[in-house]
Design a protein around this ligand. Structure first.
Ligand code: ATP
Ligand code: MG
Length: 338
């Protein structure tokens, strides 16, 4: 099966050709990504109208480049993200996919962007197998932090998530308080490597629902510490590194504690990560180590498939191949798990 996949849920415009051969393995033929991130770092966050306009500008050139040498006749279906995301951005990809489905007379497969972050794991050389299930997937992205129980490769049952900020948002909002540009996640990871343990300690939220997360208290604690240091004229560069270390450790401790508690309760064999925060090597190394301690298999997407991309949407379209007549497809910014 060969898919043309399209992703435009936020500030990345992406198109990919993904195929699955007789052996069941996924192969990424092309994965083209244009991003308007530089514009958003100037404004300290995403302005939806700006993101949508950039999507419209990049969509056709990105699809053209992704198609390269792939004959249109050889494409079986078009997979497209229809939610969740920013409505203006989503509409660009959805309408492009509908137009191509109509002109080429191809089926269209609507894809939940969050499924994409999970199925990014299927694009690796070593992908999850049927024998790795039941599994627990943790999505850690800019807009979401969700725990999803997977009885098998295609069943996805949401069991918990963040009550306020997402993990990526905790990085970005705290980074802003520290004067770091958007998105702050990669800079915080870098600074944390030069930071020291024990200089600062931030609180780990404890909730009465076992599989939920909360990161907004952390942001307040960072704000208080930054204001205190600033008023004392003490916010030096090495101190920023120590703050980044403490912030990152607090986020990861909360993610690890809740995920492995759920893994134990649900008796899973495997932990799967997905979403942009998995680009953080400290996160994946810590998860891998704890998974090994618990005798669990562990998967995390290759770095190039961790932040938004169409390849992961193609993988999800292949795994959840439920085509829809193009006339019936609507973007749904509020889409979630069933
Ligand atoms: N190395 C890193 N360490 C920590 N966070 C990171 C790192 N690299 C990226 N991030 C974070 O990942 C997020 C972007 O991830 P992603 O592209 O999956 O999110 P999104 O698509 O905006 O949100 P969603 O998928 O929920 O709609 C940002 O919050 C960014 O700060
Ligand atoms: Mg995303």
């Amino acid at each position: 099966m060969r898919i043309l996949a399209i992703e435009t849920s936020c500030d990345e415009t992406s198109a990919a050709i993904i195929e699955r051969g007789e052996n069941g393995r996924m192969h990424c033929v092309t994965n083209v990504i244009a991003t308007s991130l530089a514009l958003h770092s100037q404004t300290g966050g995403i302005i939806p109208e700006v993101a949508a306009r950039e999507q419209a500008k990049f969509m056709v050139p990105v699809i053209k480049e992704a198609l390269q040498d792939t004959p249109i006749d050889s494409i079986d279906a078009i997979g497209v993200t229809y939610g969740p995301g920013l409505i203006g951005s989503l509409l660009v990809g959805v309408e492009a996919a509908k137009t191509l489905a109509w002109v080429w007379n191809k089926p269209i497969i609507p894809v939940n962007h969050l499924y994409g972050h999970i199925y990014a794991n299927w694009l690796s050389e070593i992908a999850p197998q049927e024998s790795d299930f039941p599994a627990l997937a943790l999505i850690v992205s800019g807009g979401h932090t969700d725990l999803v129980f997977m009885e098998n490769e295609t069943s996805l049952r949401w069991i918990g998530g963040t009550r306020d900020d997402a993990a990526g948002e905790a990085f970005d909002k705290s980074g802003r308080l520290l004067g770091l540009s958007y998105p702050a996640g990669p800079t915080i990871e870098k600074y944390a490597k030069s930071g020291h343990k024990g200089v600062f300690t931030f609180p780990r939220a404890r909730l009465d629902t076992p599989y939920d997360f909360s990161f907004s208290g952390l942001k307040t604690a960072v704000r208080n510490e930054v204001q205190k240091l600033q008023s004392q004229g003490d916010l030096t560069e090495p101190m920023t590194y120590d703050l980044c270390y403490a912030l990152q450790e607090a986020i990861f401790d909360m993610l690890i504690q809740t995920t492995f508690k759920a893994a134990e309760d649900l008796n899973v064999k495997t932990i799967l990560l997905g979403g942009g925060v998995t680009a953080n090597q400290t996160l994946t190394e810590r998860f891998r180590a704890v998974a090994t301690e618990h005798n669990l298999a562990f998967f995390s997407p290759e770095r190039k498939f961790s932040t938004d991309n169409a390849a992961m949407i193609g993988a999800a379209a292949i795994m959840h191949n439920t085509p829809l007549p193009w006339e019936e497809l609507r973007a749904n910014p509020e889409l979630y798990f069933d």
